[in-house]
Design a protein around this ligand. Structure first.
Ligand code: S3P
Length: 426
């Protein structure tokens, strides 16, 4: 599918974003191993989170869907049934990596597969710790999906992750729920802590601090009534879009502002974006607030070290901001971009160049000079949701029409993206 984006004069209005993708995955998985019925409000409408629901259904868990509300009939930590077919994680790295942790400790064999993009993403990062815990796990060419997991009695481990990845941390913590004793994960840079927060909501004791988290197994999870906050990573597209357009004013309601994600707000402020948090509250251990953003004079900045891990999903749209800012954008220490849904260093560079913007790439990042202009062009999502949406934002600031090929990719995290954009851009 294609979408045409025409240059907009300014953006205005108030929007509510779909439920956070990361939190939706975790609530669904934890609910599936909790005892009793968990109700999840504002569950992500994205295809990825529906892949998670499909997988837990495949494990014999009853899931009822009614609009954005999901009811999961959990059967306890060992209540899954051996799946009759492959569990399909679709495009979702979070589904395959996190669910593997729960499957590693079951008394049956399961096979997890995914689409073409997921089938090229590295899985050794979870295979190494799960094998250390005692699971038998095989992969295509030793590293790619499909994954074949033969569950085992797991032993607790202390694991220092070589890459900063919340999916890996979560996988090991979830496996730790099934192991007898204390499992500890250490991370080289701070990653999102939604798993730790959600586990506490489900009644599990989690010890965590700077650079580590521990759980003691065997654990028992209690069903809950939960609501998912709006997705800050989806908000990023609108925050940048409004900031780019003088005279814009947008309010994004009920957005999740967990400190391990909110580095985005601090970075935008440092880049000169006029963004404010209004009405901050705590819901289920997660801070939630409204954001107000206005058209701004953009300075640009540098993303490196721990900030690269904290902003990893937002870098494609921040590249768009960088190109039109005064000083441009430098990204370093972000080699992880190369193993996302696409190689996001290359897919960002490809589309920027198509729009007449220069970029210099490096193995772990890129440099975009400031003061550049987007021209009308045809760009490609390359099947990556965040690339499709980032270049729609670039299209709003372009001098001519921008055609986004493969626009349907946005539905992986944000099916309502195109209609929401039309609603605020007029
Ligand atoms: C996620 C963690 C990040 C992020 C992904 C969602 C999560 O991946 O890019 O979109 O929900 O834990 P990594 O763990 O691979 O860094």
């Amino acid at each position: 599918m294609q979408e045409i984006i025409r240059p907009a004069s300014r953006l205005q209005g108030s929007i509510r974003l779909p439920g956070d993708k990361s939190i939706s995955h975790r609530y669904a998985m934890l609910a599936s191993v909790a005892e009793g019925v968990t109700t999840i409000g504002n569950y992500s409408s994205g295809a990825d989170c529906h892949s998670t629901l499909g997988c837990v259904r495949g494990l014999g868990i009853e899931v009822e869907l009614s609009g954005r509300e999901v009811k999961v009939h959990g059967r306890g930590l060992r209540g899954y049934r051996a799946p009759a077919a492959d569990l399909d994680a679709g495009n979702s790295g979070s589904t395959i990596r996190m669910l593997s942790g729960l499957l590693a400790g079951q008394s049956f064999q399961s096979r997890l597969c995914g689409d073409e993009s997921l089938s090229k993403r590295p899985m050794q990062r979870i295979m190494t710790p799960l094998r250390e815990m005692g699971a038998v796990i095989e992969a295509r060419e030793g590293k790619y999906p499909p994954l074949e997991i033969t569950g085992a009695e797991l032993k607790p481990i202390e694991y220092a992750m070589p890459v900063a990845s919340a999916q890996v941390k979560s996988c090991v913590l979830l496996a730790g729920l099934l192991a007898e004793g204390m499992t500890t994960v250490r991370e080289p840079a701070r990653t999102r802590d939604h798993t730790e927060v959600a586990l506490r909501e489900f009644g599990v004791e989690v010890e965590s601090g700077a650079g580590y988290a521990c759980v003691e197994g065997p654990a028992r999870l209690e069903a809950r009534e939960l609501t998912v906050p709006g997705d800050l990573s989806s908000a990023a597209f609108f925050l940048v879009a409004a900031a780019l357009k003088p005279g814009s004013e947008l309010v994004l309601e009920g957005v999740g502002l967990n400190p391990t994600r909110a580095a985005l707000i601090d970075f935008l402020v440092a880049c000169g974006v006029d963004v404010r948090i209004l009405d901050l509250q705590m819901k289920h251990g997660e801070p939630v607030g409204d954001l107000r953003v206005r058209g701004s004079k953009l300075k640009g900045g540098v993303i490196e070290k721990g900030l690269a891990a904290a902003l990893i999903d937002e870098i494609p749209v921040l590249a768009v901001l960088g190109a039109v800012s005064e000083e441009g954008l430098t990204v370093r220490d972000a080699a992880e971009l190369r193993v996302k849904e696409t190689d996001r260093i290359e897919t960002v560079a490809d589309n920027l160049r198509r729009m007449g913007v220069e970029i210099e790439t490096a193995p772990d990042g890129f440099r975009i000079e400031g003061g550049q202009r987007f021209r009308g062009a045809t760009v490609e999502s390359h099947g990556d949701h965040r690339i499709a949406m980032a270049f729609a934002v670039a299209g709003l600031a372009a001098s001519g029409e921008v055609m986004i090929e493969g626009s349907e990719a946005a539905s992986v995290s944000f099916p309502e993206f195109w209609s929401t954009l039309r609603g605020i851009a007029g």
